[in-house]
Design a protein around this ligand. Structure first.
Ligand SMILES: [Zn+2]
Length: 204
């Protein structure tokens, strides 16, 4: 708790005075141009990576930056609700699925780690399974396999975004663009998905 209070005091002493006017303007309402779907991982903060100002990005973070398929039924759908709010109410122009290297969730899916003891993680991580199937017969313990699955899971989430009718409509009308990127924790590099080629290219 001490760390948090100290951090807040630094915020009040530095960030707040610098952005006071912006916050005042934003208190009338937000109009972020982008929704970022990122991992909950403590090392992958979209606002830090993109040097974003307050009000610039609407962010939903979950384990392994996954988009579930559009479905109703049992349970509550936090990521889907955030997506719906961003697209239908805030009318963002872009949804970015931001994956990352060294993702624990993707690693668990790759190695088929038993998650049966968990009440929620097992089903959630199971969302990655179709991405693993798409990769075919790979060596699950080779380091490059994890990179491949992290990238493939981003593509799968982009496909699943299109299962939401309000997303598909907005994309079809040219109001919304869907993008994928991957941040490498160990060297701070960003790869951006070229949707025409399916390749992730390092951002210069
Ligand atoms: Zn992660």
């Amino acid at each position: 708790m001490e760390r948090l209070i100290e951090g807040y005091r630094r915020f009040r002493g530095g960030h707040w005075p610098e952005y006071r006017d912006l916050y005042k303007e934003l208190s009338k309402g937000q109009k972020p141009p982008t929704l970022v779907i990122a991992c909950s991982d403590s090392r992958v903060d979209p606002a830090v990576i993109f040097d974003a100002q307050p009000g610039e990005m609407f962010v939903v973070r979950n384990v392994a930056n996954l988009v579930p398929p559009a479905e109703k039924g049992e349970g509550l759908h936090g990521t889907s609700a955030a997506l719906e709010f961003a697209v239908r109410v805030l009318k963002v122009g872009m949804v970015l699925v931001l994956g990352h290297g060294d993702c624990g969730g993707v690693g668990a899916a790759l190695k088929g780690m038993p998650l049966d003891d968990f009440e929620y993680l097992d089903d959630w991580i199971g969302l990655i399974a179709p991405a693993l199937e798409r990769l075919g017969d790979i060596d699950r313990f080779a380091p490059e396999s994890k990179d491949m699955l992290e990238r493939e899971a981003i593509k799968l989430s982009l496909d699943r975004l299109m299962t939401f009718p309000f997303v598909a409509n907005a994309v079809g009308e040219g109001r919304l663009s869907l993008q994928g990127a991957r941040f490498r924790v160990f060297d701070g590099r960003l790869e951006w998905l070229d949707k025409a080629t399916g390749e992730f290219n390092r951002v210069a």
